[in-house]
Design a binder for this molecule. Structure first.
Ligand code: SF4
Ligand code: SF4
Length: 197
């Protein structure tokens, strides 16, 4: 995952052209691990929140933060040396394939570019349709749009609704197949090794 500001920026550092695992494109939440210190992370600017893992049923707490990550700027992690454990461990499917040379730089950057264009077009369309502020994670926009579609009878749907649904499906498939290391994380929405729901 995210962006290696201590790695020399070059065309070979595909993460510096991407940022999907930090900017709310793939995930909407990052879970902290036992080795993380929530207080320290809060002090360096991550808005860590602690909640009951299973509300009403267990005293167990979990800590984490929402995406887009507050530390992600210009496609780089501004707290790279101090980033949470899962951030240190994480590699998406594309990065793994790139490191084993199954995918070359040109193909990786093309995929990231194609995905970025589709995401940006869709994000803009969804924000307009839903009349929401910019910056919500993509998953949240998808959830709101799905709710709106469910509440709208087919004959009442605006003409571009079909295209929006096609674009949402295309992006979801693209991310699940080419980026997500474990399956459809847009459905799971947590980035966390052991505690993805
Ligand atoms: S989604 Fe993959 S390629 Fe993109 S920044 Fe994260 S690890 Fe790097
Ligand atoms: S702390 Fe934020 S910006 Fe840094 S790697 Fe983790 S999710 Fe990405």
């Amino acid at each position: 995952m995210g962006l290696k500001t201590d790695v020399i920026a070059s065309e070979k550092n595909i993460c510096l052209s991407c940022g999907f695992c930090c900017d709310g494109t793939i995930y909407s939440y990052v879970s902290l691990q036992e080795t993380d210190n929530p207080m320290e992370l809060r002090n360096i600017g991550l808005p860590i929140k602690t909640t009951e893992r299973d509300p009403g049923k267990s005293q167990e707490k979990e800590s984490g933060f929402d995406q887009p990550c507050a530390a992600h700027q210009n496609r780089a992690c501004t707290i790279y040396q101090w980033r949470p454990a899962i951030c240190k461990e994480y590699k998406c499917a594309l990065l793994k394939a790139y490191e084993t040379q199954e995918v070359n730089t040109e193909a990786a950057l093309k995929l990231i570019g194609d995905c970025t264009r589709l995401r940006d077009k869709l994000r803009s369309t969804l924000e307009t349709h839903l009349s929401v502020d910019a910056g919500l994670p993509l998953l949240r926009l998808f959830q709101l749009m799905a709710k709106k579609l469910t509440a709208t009878k087919p004959h009442q749907q605006e003409p571009d609704m079909v295209q929006i649904q096609l674009d949402m499906a295309s992006l979801r498939i693209l991310i699940a197949r080419r980026f997500d290391p474990m399956g459809d994380q847009l459905a799971k929405h947590h980035r966390g090794a052991a505690n993805s729901p």
